[in-house]
Write a protein that binds this ligand. Structure first.
Ligand code: SF4
Ligand code: SF4
Length: 116
């Protein structure tokens, strides 16, 4: 307990320039991350085509963070047995099920262009 209190005794809030750096880093990360998918997979339960939606969302995020080849590798690994982005029939049932309100169909079209 004393040790913990000692740790926080010298606590000082971040200076304005440090906060600005953190804000900039967050903005950059937000740009890189393609979407806020949480991998809950509710969308996949309602998909009549068994599209591998959540892993494909991750492939897009990987492409944003680490480059397209990385995303493409992940996409290929995750859809090797089917459920590719281009197999989507655009019924939009997945978007109705997504708690993050992600525009999944458009993202799948982008994934097909990038990875297939
Ligand atoms: S829009 Fe495409 S991915 Fe979404 S549920 Fe329909 S077939 Fe599946
Ligand atoms: S429902 Fe939305 S947040 Fe959940 S896995 Fe599907 S795309 Fe991601």
């Amino acid at each position: 307990m004393q040790d913990n209190l000692e740790t926080w005794r010298t606590y000082e809030p971040l200076a304005e320039d440090e906060l600005a750096t953190l804000r900039l880093a967050k903005e950059k990360l937000d740009e890189l991350l393609d979407n806020p998918c949480t991998n809950c997979q509710y969308c996949m339960k309602s998909c009549p085509m068994d599209i591998r939606i959540a892993p494909i969302m991750e492939a897009l995020n990987r492409a944003g963070m680490y480059g397209i080849p990385n995303g493409k590798n992940w996409f290929g690994f995750q859809t090797a047995a089917g459920g590719k982005a281009s197999e989507c029939i655009q019924c939009f049932q997945c978007e109705a099920a997504c708690p993050q309100h992600i525009e999944i169909v458009g993202k799948l079209q982008r994934a097909a262009e990038l990875f297939e």
